[in-house]
Design a protein around this ligand. Structure first.
Ligand code: SF4
Length: 89
């Protein structure tokens, strides 16, 4: 497994080469109703995690979370209105 080094927000960081730039693919927050970055109503857990990332120049995808709440996409809403089930796992 290769480790890459690159400059992220002005600081050199190390990352698994195969995962570089892919944290959003794995992070639960990007599918969660509670995720509102940049506004006061943002999730307290996501906000604390982000604060830690800024302080230590890390990138931390959320793998598991007790407060996750699935965000509906426009496709989900249309499917529901048409009588279908939301099938994303
Ligand atoms: S509840 Fe969990 S998954 Fe949702 S935004 Fe907060 S930390 Fe992320």
């Amino acid at each position: 497994m290769k480790i890459a080094k690159y400059e992220h927000h002005g600081v050199e960081v190390s990352v698994r080469d195969d995962l570089k730039g892919r944290h959003r693919e794995f992070c639960l927050c990007h599918m969660c109703k509670r995720f509102n970055p940049g506004v006061a109503s943002n999730c307290r857990i996501a906000q604390a995690t982000f604060k830690n990332c800024v302080e230590f120049n890390t990138t931390t995808p959320m793998w598991e979370c007790p407060e996750f709440s699935l965000q509906e996409t426009e496709n989900d809403k249309e499917e529901k209105e048409a009588g279908g089930k939301v099938s994303r796992a």
